[in-house]
Design a protein around this ligand. Structure first.
Ligand code: 4AD
Ligand code: MG
Length: 465
């Protein structure tokens, strides 16, 4: 039997593509089902390389049958045999087993026995759920789209920059930083006035986990023109919704020589590219989502490829919401931030597709957004899409040094002299946005809970696995 001495092994995906007809080979995988007939035993072998499993056929009379019969769902095996065209309907190829090597048995206490499991239950066994059909599909699509994100930007000349995870700045100003400290919680050092002396902490100042890589991406944009960062971001936001998690991945492009219009153009091209990429490269998995998770998904995604995205101002959006006969839990008025229910109504009922809402009141948006001439709004944009609501948030940045400094002082923000420096020397109109990777995955897979599109979700009260 094999010694596992080669990293390039044949996968079920390659076999099912039809390239291995008549070949003798070995396949490693996990048993999904065992069905014993009179003359043959059938095994469904899944190796995660694609949605479909490999049908393995074992002659009951062969010595291999003794091993096959005892296999339980979840067992790990390596099967050696020959790939032949399957005579039966349901699959094109099958593997005639000549040898089966049991690598890891699984008894009947294995939780993923062949029956329906709710997504809630599967969340409680997040260490095993990658071995299910649904999560196999989710995480293959996730991997493909991560690659697609790099492809999109690299093909367009954007520089990939790794922005820091530990930072002393709260980019969004919402006070949602997870603290990072090495001070002893029981006896931290104090200043003369009695407050905690952060200067004695590891970094010599108060630090936390980043909520966004934007500020540092901006620094790079004013050297490299077009850049992007794609990494984990953290928010100590105590909201238990199906669209928020405390650790999520964000893609943040930043472009010099660009205004809000260019920013929206990029966002639209980007989203269309990603949807097109998924349709082309993840067809088998998307087919499953269309059948089992969201009927009509494929049609919805196909439509996005051609649809134009609409744009409306925040002021127009509020007027439409006020005029609607809809009963909202939170009534709308100019100046308030839009809630999920308002966003969903705008994109699902009012527009019936993706919509950019732009020019928000400056008081509900972050300090770095460019002030509009009306004195009360900023050049912000949120892209709202059906089912998910806000998928992208971005803006043109304030490139005028005095305006920015005034706003920073007004809000009492400290620690940003370096950020102001790029306005002081060689400032440049620039714009960018952040796409929540998990929100994108919800949109493309139809999965309704954000906890089901990230391998190991972090939410208030839960950091297990
Ligand atoms: O709108 P946000 O807060 O914008 C920023 O952080 C900017 N600095 C981005 C930029 O301009 N470079 O977040 C951007 C996106 C949201 O539209 C949403 O998709 C996602 O990040 N997001 C979350 N996703 C999951 N869980 C959370 N708690 C999220 N908070 C934001
Ligand atoms: Mg936002």
């Amino acid at each position: 039997m094999s010694t596992f001495g080669k990293y390039r092994r044949i996968t079920v995906r390659e076999v099912l593509s039809g390239s291995q007809e008549g070949k003798e080979l070995r396949l490693g995988g996990w048993v999904r089902t065992v069905r014993a007939g009179k003359e043959v035993i059938f095994l469904e072998l899944n190796d995660g390389s694609c949605f479909a499993s490999m049908q393995v056929v074992v002659a009951s009379a062969s010595p291999v049958a003794a091993v096959a019969e005892k296999l339980g769902t979840g067992a790990c095996v390596e099967v050696a045999g020959k790939i032949v065209a399957s005579p039966a309907a349901g699959q094109q190829w099958e593997l005639e087993a000549k040898e089966i090597r049991l690598l890891g048995a699984a008894d009947s206490s294995y939780p993923l026995q062949k029956k329906h499991h709710s997504l809630e239950f599967l969340r409680s066994i997040a260490h095993l759920r990658p071995r299910t059909n649904t999560f196999g599909a989710v995480f293959r699509v996730r991997s493909a789209l991560a690659f697609a994100i790099h492809t999109f930007f690299q093909e367009r000349g954007f520089l990939y920059v790794n922005t820091p995870i530990i930072t002393a700045n709260d980019c969004e100003g919402a006070g949602e930083l997870f603290r990072v400290t090495t001070l002893d919680p029981l006896s931290p050092p104090h200043t003369e006035s009695g407050s905690i002396d952060w200067e004695k902490d590891f970094f010599g100042e108060r630090t936390g986990l980043t909520v966004s890589g934007q500020l540092q991406a901006e620094l790079f944009a004013t050297a490299f023109g077009s850049v992007y960062t794609f990494g984990p971001t953290f928010r100590a936001e105590n909201s238990n919704t199906s669209r928020h998690i405390a650790e999520f991945w964000m893609v943040e492009p930043e472009m010099a020589f660009a205004d809000l219009e260019a920013d929206a153009e990029l966002a639209e091209d980007f989203l269309r590219f990603l949807v097109g990429y998924a349709l082309e490269n993840c067809a088998e998995d998307l087919g499953f989502f269309d059948r089992r998770i969201e009927p009509g998904l494929l049609k919805r995604l196909e439509q996005l490829k051609n649809a134009g995205f609409q744009t409306m101002s925040y002021t127009e959006a509020v007027a439409a919401l006020e005029k609607s006969r809809e009963h909202f839990e939170f009534p709308v008025s100019w100046g308030m931030d839009l809630c999920s229910e308002h966003e969903r109504w705008l994109t699902e009922k009012f527009v019936g597709g993706p919509v950019f809402v732009i020019d928000y009141p400056k008081d509900i948006k972050a300090f770095y957004m460019r002030q509009n001439d009306d004195g009360r709004t900023v050049a912000a944009m949120d892209l709202l899409v059906p089912r998910v609501g806000e998928i992208i948030g971005g803006s043109q940045r304030e490139e005028r040094p005095e305006r920015l400094e005034n706003r920073i002082n007004e809000l009492g923000i400290k620690n940003l002299p370096w950020y102001l420096d790029i306005r002081r020397w060689g400032t440049c109109p620039h714009a960018g946005f952040g796409l929540g990777f998990e929100r994108l995955l919800m949109y493309i897979t139809g999965m309704e809970n954000i906890r089901d599109v990230i391998p190991f979700p972090r939410t208030p009260g839960n950091a297990k696995f």
